[in-house]
Write a protein that binds this ligand. Structure first.
Ligand SMILES: [Mn+2]
Length: 181
């Protein structure tokens, strides 16, 4: 089975860029849209998040389109910038605190974007903070708030926990986990 979800992680000197996409529908056509979105992000990795969203939206014309979440971490001020265009959720945890980034109902590739719909949110990350981004293959009420025993684990184990405990049986699921030093 070909997953319609895809992700990208680009490490740079100033920090990193992460993205998760969920192609509309299922199988190869869904994957084509999310694959193309990830290529565009790799090719334009220095661009601001709102411009990247525009680039993906334009570049996906003619495909089924996809939902996309983008995040950029900057090491100099330890900031996490986040842009959401569709049903991909993102959370930032630090110890018992949790920030749930605001989801939107956009689909990229379906025509001109209404600018006011793209929100860029900025949060601070501390050593030990955990950032999680996941497609709607996980239940939307998925949360690790207060689950210190899980949040202390390495990123791969956190992703594994979410896929085992919160996946829905009827959709592709993809989880992106980053832990800050
Ligand atoms: Mn999905």
């Amino acid at each position: 089975v070909i997953s319609g979800d895809d992700s990208v992680f680009v490490l740079s000197e100033s920090g990193f860029l992460g993205a998760v996409a969920d192609g509309l529908g299922h199988g190869p056509e869904a994957r084509e849209a999310s694959n193309r979105a990830m290529d565009l992000i790799r090719q334009n990795q220095q661009t601001s998040l709102d411009q990247l969203t525009e680039i993906v939206n334009t570049g996906l014309a003619g495909t089924r389109g996809c939902a996309l979440s983008l995040m950029r971490y900057r090491e100099d001020d330890r900031s996490v910038e986040y842009a959401s265009a569709g049903d991909v959720h993102a959370h930032l945890y630090h110890l018992r605190e949790a920030h749930f980034f605001t989801p939107t109902s956009l689909i990229l590739g379906a025509g001109p974007l209404k600018r006011q719909k793209i929100r860029i949110e900025k949060q601070g990350a501390q050593p030990g903070s955990v950032f999680v981004m996941f497609t709607d293959g996980l239940k939307s009420r998925t949360t690790l708030k207060g689950r210190l025993n899980i949040l202390r684990k390495p990123p791969v184990a956190i992703a594994q926990h979410l896929l085992e405990n919160d996946a829905r049986p009827d959709d592709d699921a993809l989880v992106f986990v980053a832990k800050f030093k």
